[in-house]
Design a protein around this ligand. Structure first.
Ligand code: HEM
Ligand code: HEM
Length: 198
């Protein structure tokens, strides 16, 4: 039986691993895009594509896991509008962590330069069957960039909400997403109660 009162260790591991790679991939992508053509730039592109395709595989597995393992409910005291914003953000994140690598893959597949994609220079990845041409590549670059910027926007909202829950509302929203070993250390200290005898 799945325990519905907590996130599974797999869900937590995938959440933090994907978050970490995406937080590296976004500045990495902008940095490499602005470099002059060189062997170094080519290597960075290959590393960016490799890490991105790994995110795609992890995200698809995470989606499967999410659909087969219920997550804990949001606190009953949370206003409805906040619950709706939270759920919308989570669904949007799933779309983004799958959509960003897919648009990157479509971008390199649309290129007429015929550059192979090999995950970490080892595993060859076939191109997607998308129409090829300069305009198509430009289109996918635009969408890829737009989705990356949308991720940054949502992340501000998401992290802001997590910190508000932890430090202001003092509930367990942030704690329940942390590895079990960190939970006791991070648990909010109870607000000191006034001794009624005083
Ligand atoms: C975690 C997933 C990914 C994230 C967060 C991400 C993010 C980004 C960002 C922010 C840029 C810079 C956009 C710009 O300056 O226009 C970029 C560029 C690029 N990305 Fe990704 N990306 C991901 C996955 C992928 C994948 C899977 C591929 C291909 C298989 C890919 C291929 C590229 C290429 C070729 C560029 C350079 C475009 C150019 O220089 O014009 N990306 N990426
Ligand atoms: C790009 C990075 C991130 C993505 C894509 C992401 C995505 C998600 C998603 C989809 C969920 C919903 C749980 C699920 O259905 O699997 C979630 C929950 C959560 N995330 Fe993130 N997250 C990111 C970064 C962060 C960061 C940096 C923090 C740190 C403050 C954080 C804190 C949380 C917390 C506390 C929850 C639990 C919310 C709840 O229990 O309802 N996330 N995240």
């Amino acid at each position: 039986m799945t325990d519905q009162s907590r996130y599974t260790a797999v869900a937590k591991f995938l959440h933090w691993l994907i978050a970490l790679i995406i937080l590296i991939q976004i500045p990495f992508g902008f940095y490499m895009h602005n470099l002059e053509p060189s062997e170094f730039k080519f290597t960075l592109y290959q590393l960016h594509k490799s890490a991105g395709l790994i995110v795609l595989a992890l995200a698809l597995f995470r989606l499967y896991w999410r659909l087969t393992h219920p997550i804990p409910p949001l606190p009953a005291a949370m206003p409805n509008w906040q619950k709706i914003v939270a759920r919308f953000t989570h669904v949007a994140f799933y779309v983004l962590i799958i959509g960003i690598p897919l648009t990157g893959w479509a971008m390199v597949s649309a290129s007429t330069l015929g550059i192979d994609t090999k995950i970490f220079f080892l595993i060859p990845v076939p191109h997607l069957p998308v129409p090829q041409g300069e305009e198509q590549v430009e289109f996918w670059i635009e969408v890829h960039e737009l989705l990356a910027k949308a991720t940054i926007g949502l992340l501000v909202l998401h992290v802001g909400a997590a910190l508000k829950h932890h430090f202001h509302d003092r509930d367990d929203i942030l704690i329940r997403m942390l590895p079990e070993r960190l939970q006791p250390r991070m648990a909010a200290k109870p607000t000191p109660q006034k001794d009624p005898a005083e």
